[in-house]
Design a protein around this ligand. Sequence first.
Ligand code: NAD
Ligand code: TYD
Length: 343
Amino acid sequence: MKTLLVCGGAGFIGSNFTRTMLQTYPDLRVVVYDKLTYAGRLENLQDVAADFAGRYAFVRGDIGDRALVEATVAEHGVDTIVNFAAETHVDRSILDPDAFIRTSCFGTYTLLEVARERGLRFHQISTDEVYGHIRAGASVETDPLAPRSPYSASKASADLLTLAYFVTYGVPVTITRGANNVGPYQYPEKVVPLFVTNALEDRPLPVYGDGQQMRDYQYVLDHCEAIDVVLRRGQLGEVYNVGTGQEIPNLEMVEIILNRLGKPRSLIHFVEDRQGHDRRYSLNVDKLSALGWTPRHTCQEAIAQTVDWYMANEWWWRPIKEGDFRAYYERQYGSRAVLGVGR
Ligand code: NAD
Ligand code: TYD
């Protein structure tokens, strides 16, 4: 692994991964390949561009553009592709699924074709959402996939294509299925940065339904370390779950945020639920632990550190919330019925 092509590297997890890999490995080169959708931002990488100028390059492009992917791989001597590129917000996939299918299905196929043609190592970033709603117990990697939103269905399709390229063509692939990530540079449509920034602005926190849905909120850098472990020590053709292994109810996440900011519970607005909302995700992470990885943060620590980052980095999120985001917010929440207020 000498030169990585990090697809989707200008987004939340991809930018954290790029930074930590360049910091950890002095001989590694990273080329970020990103379409710069609303979620992809060069601000996320501005320190990286300054600190690692000789070992970092940026190419703006769509992963579905085969000619540009091939040219980028050839020009930079890429040997490994790590694919973070995707449309990633479940609520947006309910409003408009089109781009989700294009990027995760056709885009991932395109990258796999280039990997096949050029003999590249390929790693796909997937999600616990491909297992669907988990009534009891915890998902293991061999469980059947049962995605229930356009987002998770598009991600499951990418997983199946990735595994098919291993079986059919022998492309050296691995997959990680991560739980919910939190940390620096997460676009404030996702629940934790949305709630932290709304609370800082004394705006309501729109909690879907009863707020008893269960999520495993892991710290983004723990996830990034896990991806690195799988790239180096993972078995080809295999899938690895990544999370703390402990899920908490959304209302506990909300309490951590409000307590840390010293804001009142009256900011909690229980609103009409998400369509097809998965009540619970739960990951068994034993397979990854056997490779020697352990998370460094609990859910509670991960959320608290994230609150601190958003408090200290208004320069990053305020311009986002004042821009196009407003139109999205109005469309998503404007006519949602409020069912109750926190006391
Ligand atoms: P993000 O939305 O912050 O970033 C996605 C990035 O992909 C953006 O930079 C965007 O510009 C880029 N992109 C989108 N379509 C593209 C295309 N067609 N070609 C090239 N670039 C494109 O997302 P994130 O939260 O950083 O998630 C990254 C990956 O991790 C995704 O594959 C997601 O499914 C997966 N994942 C996310 C979480 C989470 O909690 N955020 C959890 C598990 C897995
Ligand atoms: P989200 O960050 O969208 O991640 P995902 O749905 O992919 O897990 O949402 C996390 C949880 O928070 C999920 O149970 C839905 C809930 N949620 C709300 O209650 N209100 C909101 O405004 C959002 C965006 C999410």
